[in-house]
Write a protein of this length. Structure first.
Length: 490
């Protein structure tokens, strides 16, 4: 799978592995030269990095992959087919167009067979018949998204359905938090492949390249009119280039529903381009874009409950991916976090602790010398991985929530505060020779750190800064008001 990923994605070493071009709104202003995205990170990567030979294959540390979602799904389907051809470890059957209805444990009358029964209904058929299917398994993995039906079934399960030793069903109700990026609306406008960006002063236009990042600003700067076109890297330089439009829900474009008006709006907002009829974008695309509802970024949420098992401890359910954590894409950790869930669950099922401790379970005390029971393994996953998920959501809330340049006045003020905080931590990290940790969004790029370790280090810096501020205020108060005030206090 790694080789296919390398072939179909844009390989990037951290933040600095791609070129970024910020196109000014004023067409009379020249386009600046392309630069590495966060150059300092790129320079650090290049010093003694064992991955300089990428993408040759074996060392993937500190390497990211830009790949469209549909291409990633296609790649995973191909991997399933390849797995089935090899005949290793059973056969994977991919069922589409089905929705989970119930997840319950079942024991045969003789008590010999214990399974979890998953009932689904067919949602792809146009027939009015209620077609259902049943699947039996000793272990069910719920990886069905942020609105997980499997998680809902566990939350709504009547008392006594699962073992009394399991976490309470109420723990499968997600905890939700709002970040500055939560509930932003997004939809995609399709641009031609390798389209050209007009330059100023008679310079030749800039021909876009699919593997580079572009941020194209608009002349509108108001709280409900500001726009920016964001183009992320993709492998195929001959494919249509999607550009993301991300705004607050009260932005004016969400009130436009016809292509002609939308085209005129964009022409006014981006005078550098020819968006007139017959120009860069077809009328059909303008109509499609205007009518598209788009989607919204989710709140930052996580499920405290990760697993359940039946009374016998021989069958159960575990949750991974967006079913236990969901957040906006600004920290770039969505797929990484889902893969980490799978790794941690695999380690737990193999009788190993979570990746942070990497300690093998002591099985010498067990009579039959088996690793552990399914119940104990699921308990381990619940106990050890739940704190990791909570730390991930904290990172998502505070990591980089203002990168979309939200234009409300409160957003702009808070973005300055956030930027100052990041800049101060970076400066302190430099002058202290690494003793004071950099911001959590930078720490999250360190492949050797778990999300818990990232947030612990960031919290230590926060505690230090609070201590310095409190000490400074105390010293100022003593000098300003004298010692009498402090003596008068009880």
């Amino acid at each position: 799978m790694h080789q296919r990923m390398v072939e179909r994605s844009v390989v990037s070493k951290g933040f600095g592995g791609t070129k970024l071009t910020i196109v000014p709104a004023d067409p009379a202003e020249p386009i600046p030269e392309q630069k590495a995205n966060v150059p300092a990170a790129a320079d650090k990567e290049d010093d003694g990095n064992d991955n300089k030979s990428m993408p040759s294959g074996e060392k993937a540390g500190n390497v990211g992959f830009w790949i469209p979602r549909h291409e990633m799904v296609k790649l995973m389907v191909e991997e399933i087919e390849e797995h089935n051809k090899r005949g290793l470890g059973g056969t994977i059957t991919l069922c589409t167009g089905q929705e989970c209805v119930s997840v319950v444990p079942r024991t045969t009358k003789d008590g010999e067979s214990v399974t979890v029964v998953v009932t689904t209904k067919d949602v792809s058929s146009s027939s009015q018949e209620n077609i259902t299917n049943e699947y039996n398994a000793n272990l069910v993995i719920g990886a069905d998204g942020m609105n997980s039906k499997v998680r809902q079934c566990l939350h709504n399960a009547p008392p006594g359905t699962w073992s009394s030793n399991c976490i309470k069903s109420t723990k499968f109700q997600p905890k939700q938090f709002t970040s500055p990026a939560s509930y932003l609306r997004i939809k995609v406008l399709q641009l031609p492949p390798q389209f050209e960006i007009p330059d100023a002063d008679g310079k030749p236009p800039l021909k876009t390249f699919s593997e580079d990042i572009y941020a194209i600003r608009s002349v509108n700067t108001g709280p409900r009119t500001f726009l920016s076109l964001g183009l992320l890297p993709m492998k195929d330089n001959t494919a249509v280039r999607p550009t993301n439009i991300i705004t607050r829900p009260d932005h004016g474009i969400w009130k436009i529903t016809d292509g002609k008006t939308m085209r005129e709006y964009f022409q006014q907002a981006f005078p550098r381009f020819n968006f007139q009829e017959g120009g860069l974008i077809s009328n059909q695309e303008w109509d499609r874009f205007a009518k598209a509802e788009g989607t919204r970024f989710p709140p930052c949420q996580y499920s405290p409950g990760l697993t359940v098992w039946d009374e016998s401890g021989r069958s159960g359910v575990a949750l991974v991916g967006d079913s236990i954590h969901a957040f906006s894409p600004d920290i770039g950790q969505g797929v990484n976090a889902g893969l980490m869930d799978v790794v941690c669950l695999d380690r737990a099922l193999s009788g190993l602790d979570d990746v942070e401790s990497s300690k093998e379970v002591d099985t010498s005390a067990t009579e039959n010398k088996q690793t552990t029971t399914l119940e104990a393994n699921l308990q381990r996953y619940q106990k050890q991985h739940a704190p990791e998920i909570a730390a991930l959501i904290r990172l998502a809330r505070f990591g980089a929530p203002y990168q979309y340049k939200q234009p409300h006045r409160a957003d702009r003020a808070l973005r300055l505060v956030w930027t100052a905080n990041v800049a101060m931590r970076l400066l302190l990290n430099k002058v202290s020779f690494g003793v004071i940790q950099p911001p959590c969004i930078i720490l999250s790029q360190n492949e050797d750190l778990t999300f818990r370790q990232v947030m612990r280090r960031a919290d230590r810096t926060t505690a230090l800064l609070k201590t310095i501020v409190l000490a400074g205020l105390t010293l100022w108060a003593k000098r300003r008001f004298g010692l009498a005030l402090f003596r008068a206090l009880p």
